[in-house]
Write a protein that binds this ligand. Sequence first.
Ligand SMILES: [Zn+2]
Length: 421
Amino acid sequence: MSRLALINIEQLVPVSGTAPKRGKLMMELNIITNGCVIIEDSIITYVGTMNDLSEDIVLNNNNGVTTKIIDCSGKTVLPGFIDSHTHFVFGGYREQEFKMRLAGESYMDILKAGGGIFSSVNMTRKAEFDELYHVGMNRLNHMLSMGVTTVEGKSGYGLDKDTELKQLKVMQELNKEHVVDIVSTFLGPHSVPSDYKGRGKEYIDFIINEVLPIVLEENLAEFADIFCEKGVFSVEESKYYLLKAKKLGLKCKIHADEIVSLGGSELAVQVGATSADHLLAVSDQGIKDLADSDTIATLLPATAFSLDEPFAKARKMIDSGCSVALASDFNPGSCPTHSIPLIISLSALKMHMTIEEIITALTINGACALNKQNEIGSLEIGKKGDMIILNKPSIDFMAYHLGMNLVEQVIKNGKIVWISK
Ligand SMILES: [Zn+2]
């Protein structure tokens, strides 16, 4: 057995719980001053104050077990961050497209110049498995350095059978090799491919009949997702796809109400989706439905920032009683960053969330968005030993140091896996 003890923690932030925190409960982090966490093998066995801790537990070398001790004086300890919405496996970049956007060119101009999602689709189709694996590995390393211990990743840059499966298989291999846990989502209906132009429903049928069975057989994804948006997939098509996927055994997510208030959030609740994501244009009814449901409202502020769009109404959603999660939406087009410090600052300054709500949204509510709330998302006896040590004495530094990474050490499954140089 191995034992790791984090002692003298200036501010220990357990977050606590195994259920989504909604509304006012997002403020409750159950902070402990002068705290201690003990992890035996990969599982947390103590969370509390130094005073309540019998000294024997930390220092005794009983049964031949040596305790590795980390002195966290002047530091903050939190659960590892959960980035519950990314598209981190893709080929190529679209930096020229970004430059065109900055120069004021329209989306149509960019499309005509070969940009947009189809350029990522072409580059991902062309990329070899090993190439996607290596870029994926590098991206996971960078995420880990910012405190991410679990990440969700989507397919959706293939829009054909082979490439969709390739993306999912890359994530399956990365999950075996990398310490960051990966939860995979099948997003075959990310867009209608050009060979199905104007025939979205037929493309969905192709996905359901030809691709989903293999995804399930080879255990390549836990979630099914769809881009429900005007000009992409309608609410009816999204409902048709999600209900089929659910029947086959996948849990559901939706890219909902990002650009137009189409009713994707209402649909998410109706089909019992685990999360509805984006929500920049969510209707009042959508907010009410989400607040009355167990569906997590996942907000992606770096995307709104990158597109220079108005931010999601996080304040209204939380005040209405929604369970809000935050994620990066890392992708090559609308959000080429997975910077957690940037998300924290944007959430505070542009969405008026408190730092307590932001932490809840990046930990337990993120875990709920991945249906992993019984294993991760809070520091709780029996949960996985996934946590981060910040080089500052309190959470108040997190939004204050705009865009700065304060993570000093990352602990995954009870092992130190990253130390800041
Ligand atoms: Zn997305």
